[in-house]
Design a protein around this ligand. Structure first.
Ligand SMILES: N[C@@H](CCC(=O)N[C@@H](CS)C(=O)NCC(=O)O)C(=O)O
Length: 205
């Protein structure tokens, strides 16, 4: 059995989305945000206090892109993953990590200084990192320039879940004005996927 600790629309959404794309049974534990302060008992489960936190028969994990990669490798490698022997394997891993390390990290500074701690007077930092995000996002536009529907080509993979979550967060932070045309179309394709819609319904249930 798989258990996922999740907060609404937080990075743990990558894991939730992957679970639905794969079609796995799981138990969802929804927490208030931030759980570190609002659900102290959670620290006994995950001492980091962060989400996601995934438990399965083999152990625990706390990194959202790694969880998507792991679930796909174990349960849907051919449908949603890219094999080590495939020439696209390096690109697959690169996009999986780019989604978190390059596209999500700068947005967390925007979230922190505009939504969570606006009284710190660090709005200039938020503006700098919003710009940083938009510049890095051009890499997605370039990747889609040959008309491909998904980052790796004709097939949706875990890389699209990782980058797709960064686009969802950007929309929530009102940063979508920096989406260039192909990126905007890509977002629409992502948001129409049954797996994405089912994950959103699950967190709202
Ligand atoms: N790199 C980790 C980051 C995990 C993380 O920091 N999650 C945030 C939510 S998006 C969190 O739990 N924040 C609450 C806190 O730091 O107390 C990942 O991709 O899962």
């Amino acid at each position: 059995m798989i258990t996922l600790y999740h907060c609404h629309d937080a990075r743990s959404f990558r894991a939730l989305w992957a679970l639905h794309e794969i079609g796995l049974d799981y138990e969802l534990r929804l927490l208030p945000f931030p759980p570190r302060f609002l659900d102290r008992a959670y620290l006994d489960i995950n001492p980091l206090g962060t989400i996601p936190f995934l438990i399965d028969d083999h152990g625990t994990m706390s990194e959202s892109a790694a969880i998507a990669e792991y679930l796909i490798a174990r349960h849907a490698p051919e449908r949603l993953g890219v094999a080590v022997s495939d020439p696209g394997y390096g690109q697959y891993l690169n996009w999986l990590h780019f989604g978190e390390a390059t596209l999500t990290f700068p947005q967390t500074l925007v979230l922190r200084y505009t939504r969570l701690e606006p009284d710190r007077g660090l709005n200039a930092v938020a503006e700098d990192y919003a710009r940083w995000f938009h510049v890095r996002l051009r890499h997605v536009e370039r990747a889609l320039a040959d008309g491909r529907p998904w980052l790796l080509g004709e097939r949706f993979t875990g890389a699209d879940i990782s980058v797709g979550y960064a686009l969802l967060l950007a929309r929530n932070l009102k940063l979508e004005h920096g989406f260039e045309p192909l990126t905007q179309d890509y977002w629409i394709r992502l948001a129409e996927r049954p797996g994405y819609l089912a994950a959103r319904a699950a967190q709202n249930a």
